[in-house]
Ligand binder design. Structure first.
Ligand code: HGY
Ligand code: MN
Ligand code: MN
Length: 414
């Protein structure tokens, strides 16, 4: 067991954040809700205690900055997201914010400054749980925020723009927190693997090679609501049965191709009564792959199938693309530094791709990126059973601190 410099306090902080939820029954902390403010303010306190200047930026991120000795040097940015899915675990995202705060606190305690500033970001809306559209906070910082997304509405019909106003932020200023190219030397993110590979290999930490690109769409199929008892089976325009055919097709089309995955996470039959033939079906599609062309070919196939099913059943449909990210490679020299940082903890390691999306991928247009994965128990995530080992948390934080203390902002040129 590694002596405990970091893990005990970090696990207590993660437990505390895990209790800040919109539901008393499970962890859910979405976007532009009071619980986001509560969590961000708590994180801001920990950032200040660690010697950082803190800002709640115009996109809703919380940003801590630990100045370096050379104010002209580009900063090293690190962090992850503070929002969650519904019925979430308490390490997905939050670990990657609490760990760098612990690293900076350690530098601060030693009175050490790096030649570059360190920025720790708690990103808003990485998951997209409330509006479907995700990565808002990191897109804003990367300078790729699309204001059209402000029109997207949540299940209550509240648009993201209105939610920004209710939260106390000006929706027209979300893009103002974009960083100047060259001002950030690199971004590194510590995150649980959310899969079983490290645990199966008996490894605590891994080096991420690339982050899969995802596409998220919302499909709305319209048929004809009718009486469940009187309309003969051959004369129905049942939107839900059509959706079911398409869901089945998605599984078939996405099975058997390495790194290609397809998921329907949300499906709603409307009007939603037991004795009414669904006149409308609304469902989500999430398709990802390590290569964009593999993913896009699958999306195209699903769209063709949707057209055929709806034509055959005399239904209409609309498709809204909510999110699209490209597959993102991590920078080779940052992968080497990540690997060296893990090996400095006297640990074996491996390199592996990320099937999950991360803020790191969104920041790639701004600067080179790296990710370090930490084992999670049975690879479970997006689930309250998400769990980690204290020893791994300790070793991951030490490795991240090693990365920070050995980082050279001019790495790409050397
Ligand atoms: O969906 C994802 O890959 C991430 O959890 N946002
Ligand atoms: Mn997640
Ligand atoms: Mn995550």
């Amino acid at each position: 067991m590694a002596a405990n410099r970091f893990a005990d306090r970090m696990l207590a902080q993660l437990d505390e954040l895990g209790r800040i939820s919109e539901s008393p029954d499970f962890l859910v902390r979405t976007f532009l809700v009071p619980e986001q403010k509560q969590a961000h303010e708590r994180v801001a306190e920990w950032m200040r205690e660690a010697g950082m200047e803190v800002e709640h930026d115009c996109a809703g991120n919380v940003v801590g900055r630990y100045a370096g000795t050379d104010p002209k040097a580009p900063a090293l940015m690190t962090g992850s997201h503070l929002d969650t899915v519904r019925n979430a675990g308490k390490y997905d995202g939050m670990l990657g914010v609490i760990a760098p705060i612990a690293c900076v606190a350690d530098l601060h305690r030693r009175g050490k400054r790096m030649p570059f500033a360190i920025e720790v970001v708690g990103f808003a809306n990485e998951e997209g749980t409330r509006f479907g559209s995700s990565m808002t906070g990191s897109r804003a910082i990367a300078g790729t925020f699309d204001p059209a997304i402000l029109e997207v509405k949540d299940r209550q019909g509240v648009s993201m723009g209105e939610a920004y106003k209710s939260f106390g932020l000006d929706p027209h200023k979300v893009g103002f927190c974009a960083r100047q190219p060259g001002s950030i030397a690199a971004f590194v993110e510590l995150h649980i693997e959310q899969g079983p590979v490290l645990e199966n290999e008996g490894l605590a930490l891994g080096v991420v090679t690339a982050i899969s690109g995802a596409r998220r769409l919302r499909v709305e199929i319209t048929g004809l609501a009718g009486h469940a008892g009187t309309v003969p089976m051959g004369q129905r325009q049942d939107a839900l049965v059509a959706a079911a055919e398409i869901v089945q097709f998605i599984e078939e089309r996405c099975t058997g191709t390495p790194t290609l995955v397809g998921t329907v996470g949300m499906l709603e039959a409307l009007p939603g009564a037991m004795n009414v033939i669904p006149g409308k079906a609304v469902f989500s599609i999430d398709i990802r792959a390590g290569e964009d062309d593999v993913r896009d070919a699958a999306v195209d196939a699903v769209m063709r199938e949707t057209e055929m099913v709806c034509a055959r059943r005399k239904l209409t449909f609309t498709v809204t693309e909510l999110y699209k990210s490209t597959a993102t490679p991590c920078h080779p020299k940052l992968m080497d530094l990540t690997e060296a940082a893990i090996k400095a903890q006297h640990l074996p390691t491996m390199r592996l791709p990320s099937g999950a999306g991360h803020d790191a991928a969104t920041l790639a247009p701004l600067c080179p990126v790296a990710m370090m994965f930490m084992r999670c128990t049975r690879g479970i995530s997006h689930n309250p059973l998400e769990a980690v080992l204290a020893d791994d948390v300790e070793l991951a934080t030490r490795a991240l601190l090693h990365f920070i203390e050995h980082f050279d902002p001019a790495f790409a040129a050397n």
